[in-house]
Design a binder for this molecule. Structure first.
Ligand code: ADP
Ligand code: MG
Length: 349
C-alpha cells in the first residue's frame, strides 16, 4: 500500500465502497447464478435455487441498548435478514447466528437475545442451524445469515424492471423512522433529567415498527395466491428513495414516482408534523420499514387492484427520463437518496 494514497471511506459511502471491493469479483462455480448485487445471492440447487443473505448489526451503529430490549434485538436481527430472502420472492428456511460480546453482558442477557431469535424462527418457520460465538473488546455484535429457497421461474431480481411496469410498495412507510425519533427524543430527555419517565404513550405502532419489525412473508404468500411474479423486487431497508434508485440502476431504467401516492400511516404523518418534518421526506428517506418495493407488468394490475396491502406509486420509464418525483401540483424533480446513512450522519453531527 502506498502511504501517499489514502481515500477516506466517507468519500465513497457504503455503496461506493461495496462497488470498489466487488467490481472485479468473478465467480468460478457454475452453480453461482447471482453473486453480489441483489438482496440475496442465488445458487443453483437442481430443481430450485438457494438464496443466501447476511447482515451485521453493531452496537452503537445499528442499535442502542439504552432503549432496545434484548429480546427485540434478537428478533429484529433475524427478521431483517429474512426480509432480504422474501425480497427475492423466496422463502427463508434456515439461519446461522454469530455473536460477539464484551464482559458487560451476562449469560442471562445473551439468553434474552436468543429468546427473540427463537421467537422469530418460530414465527417465520426457519431453523437455527449454527453460528459462531466470540468475546469482543467493546459492545455487542450480531451477524445473521439467512438461507432460503425459491422456484427458479419465480425469482425476482432487482434488475428485471421494464419500461411501463407499475411500481408497487407493500404496507406504509416512514413509521420505523418516526419510532426512532421518539425513542431518541425520550433518551435525550432522560439523559438531561433522569427523574423524568419516558412518555411514549399512544405511539405503539411507531415503536413497534422500529423495535419489532416484521418481514413481509405474508406479501410473498399473497403474490403467490394472486399469481403475480414481480418483474423486479427489493426490500426497503434504507428508505424508498435509495431502494428505488438501486432498483432502477440495476434494471437500467428510469421511473416516475408520485409523491401523493406514497403510503403513510396517519400516526407517522402526525408525528412527522410534530417533529417539524415533512411526512413525505420521512417516508422517502427514513429507513428500516422492511416493506417490499417491486414492479409488475401492467397486465397484472387487475390482480392487485384494490388490495389494501399494495399501493401503486408510479411507473417505470426509460433511463433517459431519470428518476422523477412528481408533486401533487405537477412539478417534478430528480429523486436523490439521502438514505439512512445521511440521516445517521446528520444526527451525529
Ligand atoms: P441489503 O441492503 O439488501 O442488505 P446491501 O446494501 O447490504 O444489501 O448489499 C448490497 C450487495 O452487496 C449485496 O448483494 C451484498 O451481498 C453485497 N455486499 C455487501 N457488502 C459486501 C462485502 N463486504 N463483500 C462482498 N459483498 C458485499
Ligand atoms: Mg435488501
Amino acid at each position: 500500500m502506498n502511504n501517499e494514497e489514502r481515500t477516506e471511506i466517507e468519500s465513497l459511502g457504503e455503496f461506493g465502497l461495496i462497488k470498489v471491493l466487488t467490481e472485479n469479483n468473478s465467480t468460478i462455480n457454475p452453480n453461482t447464478i447471482k453473486a453480489v448485487g441483489d438482496d440475496a445471492a442465488v445458487l443453483n440447487a437442481g430443481d430450485h435455487v438457494k438464496l443466501v443473505s447476511t447482515d451485521l448489526l453493531i452496537e452503537g451503529v445499528h442499535f442502542d441498548l439504552s432503549y432496545v430490549p434484548l429480546k427485540h434485538l434478537g428478533y429484529k436481527a433475524v427478521v431483517v435478514n429474512l426480509s432480504d430472502i422474501y425480497a427475492m420472492n423466496g422463502f427463508p428456511k434456515q439461519i446461522t447466528v454469530s455473536i460477539a460480546m464484551s464482559n458487560r453482558f451476562s449469560v442471562e442477557a445473551v439468553e434474552e437475545i436468543y429468546k427473540g431469535i427463537y421467537l422469530a424462527c418460530e414465527n417465520y418457520k426457519v431453523d437455527l442451524i449454527g453460528g459462531d460465538t466470540s468475546a469482543s473488546k467493546h459492545g455487542l455484535i450480531i451477524s445473521v445469515t439467512a438461507i432460503g429457497e425459491a422456484k427458479k421461474e419465480k425469482i425476482a431480481y432487482r434488475s428485471g424492471a421494464k419500461e411501463n411496469d407499475l411500481i408497487v410498495v407493500s404496507g406504509d412507510l416512514g413509521g420505523a423512522y418516526m419510532g426512532l425519533q421518539l425513542l431518541e427524543r425520550e433518551k435525550s430527555i432522560f439523559i438531561e433529567n433522569p427523574a423524568i419517565q419516558p412518555d411514549l404513550d399512544g405511539n405503539d405502532y411507531l415503536l413497534e415498527r422500529q423495535l419489532k419489525p416484521e418481514a413481509r412473508k405474508d406479501i410473498i404468500e399473497l403474490l403467490e395466491v394472486l399469481d403475480v411474479i414481480p418483474s423486479s423486487m427489493i426490500d426497503i431497508s434504507d428508505g424508498l428513495a435509495s431502494e428505488t434508485i438501486h432498483l432502477c440502476d440495476q434494471s437500467n431504467v428510469g421511473a416516475s414516482i408520485y409523491d401523493e401516492k406514497i403510503p403513510i400511516d396517519p400516526m407517522t404523518y402526525q408525528r412527522a408534523l410534530d417533529f417539524n418534518m415533512d411526512p413525505n421526506v420521512v417516508a422517502l428517506n427514513g429507513g428500516e420499514d422492511y416493506e417490499l418495493l417491486f414492479t409488475i407488468r401492467q397486465s397484472d394490475y387487475d390482480k392487485i387492484k384494490g388490495n389494501p396491502n399494495f399501493t401503486v406509486i408510479g411507473h417505470i420509464q426509460s433511463k433517459e427520463n431519470g428518476i422523477q418525483l412528481i408533486a401533487k401540483n405537477g412539478t417534478q424533480h430528480e429523486l436523490s437518496a439521502q438514505g439512512w446513512d445521511a440521516f445517521l450522519k446528520s444526527k451525529k453531527s
